[in-house]
Design a protein around this ligand. Structure first.
Ligand SMILES: Nc1ncnc2c1ncn2[C@@H]1O[C@H](COP(=O)(O)OP(=O)(O)O)[C@@H](O)[C@H]1O
Ligand SMILES: O=C(CO)[C@@H](O)[C@@H](O)COP(=O)(O)O
Length: 554
């Protein structure tokens, strides 16, 4: 039998990336990136003057189809592989990235009558304008003693499905009314590929409060939020929830023509970016924390039981790997904080110096920052430039830089920002480790481990743990491709389970990053200082950050 292949598409924040993978050994044969033509929509709606509110972040669903149209033919062409040998396709997505659709499965924002209403568009994961709804939801859930709260670290995030749906109901009841279903973008793209709408258990579990045994929260709970939400889960969130790796259907004739793949090629149900990355680095057992490091960080971990961990994003049975409880936590901004500083904060001389040395600004700052020892900058920062996703779960928290003087240099600030994100990760590692979900070693994937060595050494030193690095630049896409192979099944040249696929296809680099003992010692002291600031500003002793955000809205 000729060698078989599978395609994975990773839908990120700014672009979609496709990879074509050999099923024999996981080798990446071809890759292609399609930047979203409309990018992140956070100022005005496309082709209109309709301005968006503070902390809004939308996307154009047509951009997702553009990725399929551009990137799939591109990987077929680059590889020279016969489409008859591509047996499966899978995707992963940012989440909760959700949209309202009509009865025909069409996004409401594509309807000319509705396109001027921001609530008809795709709400991206980092749309943070539903915090009021999230606060109210958490208050009511706590008052009612809802058991589900403990599975989500005590708080439901404003980034997730129910807060976003409720914001639509509150601010645009007509859009809510005209919505047939609210769906995750990952499920919508799969329905565009197969003509079949399935809700995958991963986004349902982590982002829409669905539980394998108990289903969604009760109608009574939703009624307490708002009587109009009483039947939400049976109406606008209806549909079977199916496990990861399920074959959603075969590629439609139209999609086969668009992509160059064969009609009927197996398509796996949708998945989440960070979750897809876990089997792709070969992690199928507990104790190994996988960090998907890019714009944000998602932290993924397996456990044998359902434990309560403060501020985690969620624990979902079979949510990552079948047979285990999958835990998720995260930081809403990591690369985004460094991008903010590079774009908004550096003086012109840095840009010139970087250009002269043939580096980008990140690389120049990293080189300069590498000459400092831990503690030598005299700076300490809190990493909440886009709120705190874990452990405090509040998007109203903001950034802080302490210790700056008139001697402070840009590379020192850059280093303090790198360190702040490592301290944020340490908080998460400690929260799991100290609550019965042990973390013995770290695995890193995503753009950052390949871009910034200093950052990775700081993470090893701050957490005092070894870090293993994914081989692929597109780890989530590799994971998605693996699920495509599982959807095809062994009888068609794929695999019958994600464990079999991981055994054959997962790849990590030989080089590992070990903590340096003298750095570990100093960072332990700095981490104690970070923890004091974390609790002072984050646990209610001084709510100045929340008050400052409230002044903005006056
Ligand atoms: N040398 C660098 N060091 C640290 N961060 C970097 C560097 N170069 C780019 N970045 C950051 O990496 C992030 C993009 O990460 P990437 O994994 O490629 O994308 P995504 O999160 O969309 O999947 C951006 O936020 C950018 O600021
Ligand atoms: O929240 C999740 C997954 O649960 C991510 O989709 C979100 O943080 C976006 O990830 P990226 O930083 O774009 O890789």
């Amino acid at each position: 039998m000729s060698n078989k292949y599978t395609i994975g598409i990773d839908y990120g924040t700014e672009s979609g990336r496709a990879v074509l993978i050999s099923l024999k050994n996981g080798e990446e044969i071809a890759g292609h990136v399609t930047p979203y033509p409309h990018g992140v929509i956070d100022q005005t709606l496309p082709d209109t003057n309709v301005e968006l509110g503070y902390e809004w972040a939308l996307q154009h669903p047509g951009d997702y189809l553009e990725v399929i149209k551009q990137s799939v033919p591109a990987v077929l062409k680059e590889s020279g592989v016969d489409s008859a040998d591509v047996i499966g396709i899978g995707i992963d997505f940012t989440a909760c990235t959700m949209l309202p659709i009509n009865q025909d499965g069409e996004p409401l924002c594509l309807d000319p009558a509705l396109r001027n209403n921001p609530h008809s568009w795709v709400k991206l994961w980092k749309h943070h304008a539903a915090q009021d709804e999230a606060n109210e939801l958490n208050k009511i859930a706590e008052e009612r003693g809802e058991e589900f709260l403990s599975r989500y670290g005590g708080k439901i995030s404003s980034e997730w499905m129910i807060a976003k749906v409720w914001q639509i109901l509150n601010e645009a009841p007509d859009i809510y009314e005209q919505t047939d279903q609210f769906v995750e973008a990952t499920d919508w793209v799969i329905s565009a590929l197969t003509n079949k709408l399935h809700r995958n258990s991963c986004t349902a579990g982590y982002k829409a409060i669905w539980h394998k045994q108990d289903g969604y929260p009760s109608n009574e709970f939703f009624k307490t939020l708002d009587p109009r939400l009483e039947n939400l889960t049976e109406t606008k969130l209806r549909g079977n929830v199916v496990p990861l790796g399920t074959r959603a259907g075969g590629l439609t004739k139209d999609m086969a023509e668009l992509t160059g793949l064969r009609e009927g090629t197996a398509v796996a149900v949708g998945n989440v970016d960070a979750h897809a990355a876990v089997p792709a680095v070969g992690v199928v057992t507990p104790g190994k924390l996988v960090m998907a490091m890019g714009t944000s960080i998602c932290h993924m971990l397996l456990g044998t039981e359902e434990k309560q961990v403060e501020g985690m994003c969620g624990v979902v049975e079979d949510g990552i790997i079948p047979g285990y409880h999958g835990y998720e936590a995260g930081q809403s901004a990591v690369g985004d904080i460094f991008a903010w500083y590079v774009n908004q904060g550096i003086p012109a001389y840095v840009e010139k110096a970087a250009e002269k040395e043939g580096m980008n600004v990140h690389q120049w700052l990293e080189k300069k920052a590498s000459s400092y020892k831990p503690g030598e900058t005299g700076l300490l920062a809190l990493d909440w430039w886009n709120g705190n996703r874990s452990v405090l779960v509040n998007t109203e928290l903001s950034g802080l830089l302490l210790g700056a003087t008139i001697q402070t240099k840009p590379e020192e600030i850059y280093r303090a920002l790198l360190e702040a994100t490592a301290f944020g990760t340490r908080k998460i590692v400690d929260a799991f480790h100290e609550n019965g979900v042990p973390v013995y070693e770290l695995y890193a994937c995503g753009g950052l481990p390949l871009k910034n060595k200093l950052l990775m050494q700081i993470y090893a030193d701050v957490t005092d743990r070894t870090i293993k690095i994914a081989e692929s630049k597109q780890t989530p896409a590799v994971g998605a491709a693996m699920y495509g192979a599982v959807a095809a099944g062994a009888k068609n040249g794929g695999y019958d389970s994600i464990l079999d696929a991981a055994e054959k296809m997962a790849r990590i680099k030989d080089e590992v990053i070990e903590p340096i003992p003298e750095n570990v010692e100093i960072y332990e002291k700095l981490y104690q200082e970070y923890s004091k600031l974390h609790d002072y500003f984050g646990r209610g002793e001084n709510d100045v950050m929340k008050r400052l955000k409230a002044y903005r809205k006056i």
